[in-house]
Design a protein around this ligand. Structure first.
Ligand code: UDP
Length: 491
C-alpha cells in the first residue's frame, strides 16, 4: 500500500444513478487502498445502498467517508424518495431530476467549505456541471469521471467536430472519420448528444460537453491494453491528462463485496449460486439489461421466448419498472417460469451481477451494452450477446463485436429512448435472440475461437489491475500528478 499520499484528500461526486455511482464506489476503494483519504457525497438513499460495502472497507482500514446530502425531491417536483434515476416512476421526470441535481450546488459547496482537511481535488461525474464553478471557487482541480470507454470518447469527438452524421439520410450508414478502424454507424444508433430523445433536457448535453472539456483531466473506467489506439487518441485530445484505471469492478475480491455491489440483491444469493453450481461449466446464458433500461412488455416477451427457444440454461433478470404488472401477468399467464423450471432462473429486482458473471457455469452474457456491464463481461472473459438500447450502447457493441470480435448481435437497429416504446423497425425478435445465443454458445470452430478471444481478453483485464500493471500504475500517476499540482499550486 502506497502511504506517501496520506495527505491527499479526494472528494468524489457521483451522479445519482446505479451505472454512475457503482464504479465511483469501486474507485473510492482503490484510491483509499493507495493512501488517499476519500469522501463521497451521496444522498441518503445511496448512503443506505452502499453503507455495508463502505463500512467493510473502513473496517479493513481504508479512509473512506460517505457525506450525506439531502436530495431536494420536493423543490424539484419529484415524488418523495426519487433520489436515483432508477427510481423515477417516469422518464418524463428527467428534467426535474436534473433540476434537483442543480439545486445541490449550494448545500454541497457549503459542505465542501467546511471540510477539513481541504479537498485536494474533486472527481465529478460529467453530468454534475456546476462543479466547474465549485472547483474554481475552492481553487482545486476538477477531474471528470465520464463512465465511458476511450473508443466512445474518440468517436464522440470525431462526430462532434466533423458533423458527418448531419450530411447523411436518416438510415444511411456512414463511416466515422479519422479512426484507426472502419466504424460504420447510422443516425438512429447515435448517443443522445447527436440523437436526443423526447425526455432529453434541452441544451443539457451541450452543457455537459462544454464543461467536460474544461476539466483538468479524465479518469476512465477502462484498461489500456484493450483499446490502446483509442487511449492514445484520447490522450492527444486531453493534453495527456487521461488515467485509465479499470476495470473497476475487479476491485471486488470477495463474494460479499460482489453480492452487495450496487444494491441489496433481491435473490437469495446462496440459492442463485446453488442453482449455478448444478449446471455444466460454461453452459448458462446470463441475461440482464442494466439498471435503467426497461423493456416494453412486447420486447420482454421476445427476450424470454428467445431464451426459451434456444437450447441453453439461462438466468433472466426481470426489470419491469412501471410495466412490472403487465410483464408479471404475461409470465404467469404464459406459464414460462413453470415450463422452464429446470432450465431457467427468473430473478426479480437487483441481481448480484459480478458474482454471477464470475461463476464457472456462465458461458455468455446477454447485455444491453451499458459500459459497466460491457466491461464486467469482458473482465469475466465471456463472449457477449449484444442488445444495445440507448445512450452510447451501440458504440460499445461496435467495440465488442467488430474490434474485439467477442460478441454476437441480436440485431437491434436503433436507440430506444428512455421513456418511449421501440419503433416497429427497431424491434428485436425472438428469432434474432435465439440465433445470437446459439452462435455465442456454439461449440464449433467459430464459437470456440470467439470464446478463446474473450477468455484471453479477460485474463489481460485481470492482469491490468495487478500491482505494477497498467491500471495500477495509472492510479499511481494520477495521485502523483495531483500531488505535484498541489506542490506547484498551479492548475
Ligand atoms: N447491476 C447489477 N444488478 C442488476 C442490474 C445492474 O449489479 O440487477 C449493475 C451492473 O453490474 C453494472 C451496473 O449495475 O455495474 C449497470 O451499469 P451499466 O453501465 O451496465 O448500465 P446502466 O444501468 O447504467 O444502463
Amino acid at each position: 500500500m502506497a502511504s506517501q499520499s496520506h495527505h491527499l484528500n479526494f472528494v468524489l461526486l457521483p451522479l445519482m444513478a446505479p451505472g454512475h455511482i457503482i464504479p465511483m464506489i469501486d474507485m473510492a476503494k482503490l484510491l483509499a487502498k493507495r493512501g488517499v483519504g476519500v469522501k463521497i457525497i451521496v444522498t441518503h438513499l445511496d448512503a443506505a445502498r452502499f453503507s455495508s460495502v463502505i463500512d467493510r472497507a473502513v473496517e479493513s482500514g481504508l479512509s473512506i467517508r460517505l457525506i450525506k446530502v439531502r436530495f431536494p425531491c420536493e423543490e424539484a417536483g419529484l415524488p418523495p424518495g426519487c433520489e436515483s434515476a432508477d427510481l423515477l416512476p417516469s422518464y418524463a421526470l428527467l428534467p426535474n431530476f436534473f433540476t434537483a441535481i442543480n439545486l445541490l450546488q449550494k448545500p454541497v459547496e457549503e459542505m465542501l467549505n467546511e471540510l477539513r482537511p481541504n479537498p485536494s481535488c474533486i472527481i465529478s461525474d460529467k453530468h454534475i456541471v456546476w462543479t466547474v464553478e465549485t472547483c474554481d471557487k475552492l481553487e482545486i482541480p476538477r477531474l471528470v469521471f465520464d463512465g465511458m470507454s476511450c473508443f466512445t470518447q474518440v468517436v464522440t469527438h470525431n462526430l462532434y467536430t466533423s458533423k458527418i452524421h448531419e450530411t447523411v439520410g436518416e438510415t444511411q450508414p456512414f463511416l466515422v472519420p479519422f479512426l484507426p478502424d472502419k466504424i460504420e454507424l447510422t443516425r438512429p444508433q447515435l448517443p443522445g448528444l447527436f440523437n436526443p430523445g423526447p425526455t432529453d433536457v434541452k441544451g443539457y448535453r451541450e452543457l455537459v460537453r462544454e464543461t467536460e472539456v474544461l476539466a483538468y483531466g479524465m479518469v476512465v473506467n477502462t484498461f489500456e491494453e484493450m483499446e490502446n489506439r483509442y487511449v492514445e487518441e484520447f490522450k492527444k485530445l486531453e493534453r495527456g491528462k487521461v488515467w485509465c484505471v479499470g476495470p473497476l469492478s475487479l476491485c471486488n475480491n470477495d463474494d460479499l463485496d460482489r453480492v452487495q455491489r450496487g444494491n441489496q440483491t433481491s435473490v437469495d444469493f446462496d440459492q442463485c449460486l446453488k442453482w449455478l453450481d448444478c449446471k455444466k461449466q460454461r453452459s448458462v446464458v446470463y441475461a440482464c439489461l442494466g439498471s435503467l433500461g426497461r423493456l416494453s412488455p412486447a420486447q420482454f416477451i421476445e427476450l424470454a421466448l428467445g431464451l426459451e427457444e434456444s437450447s441453453h440454461p439461462f438466468i433472466l433478470v426481470v426489470k419491469g419498472g412501471t410495466r412490472s404488472e403487465e410483464i408479471e401477468k404475461w409470465i404467469s399467464d404464459e406459464g414460462i417460469e413453470e415450463r422452464c423450471r429446470e432450465r431457467g432462473l427468473f430473478v426479480r429486482g437487483w441481481a448480484p451481477q459480478v458474482l454471477i458473471l464470475s461463476h464457472p457455469a456462465v458461458g455468455a452474457f446477454l447485455t444491453h451494452c451499458g459500459w459497466n456491464s460491457t466491461l464486467e463481461g469482458i473482465s469475466a472473459g465471456l463472449p457477449m450477446i449484444t442488445w444495445p438500447i440507448f445512450a452510447e450502447q451501440f458504440l460499445n457493441e461496435k467495440l465488442v463485436v467488430q474490434i474485439q470480435k467477442t460478441g454476437v448481435r441480436v440485431g437491434a437497429r436503433g436507440v430506444v429512448h428512455l421513456g418511449v416504446d421501440e419503433k416497429p423497425e427497431n424491434k428485436v425478435t425472438r428469432d434474432g435472440i435465439k440465433e445470437a445465443v446459439e452462435k455465442a454458445m456454439d461449440e464449433r470452430e467459430e464459437g470456440c475461437e470467439r470464446r478463446k478471444r474473450a477468455q484471453i481478453l479477460g485474463e489481460i483485464a485481470k492482469r491490468s489491475v495487478e500491482e505494477g500493471s497498467s491500471s495500477y500504475l495509472n492510479i499511481t500517476r494520477l495521485i502523483q500528478d495531483i500531488e505535484q499540482l498541489l506542490n506547484n499550486k498551479r492548475f
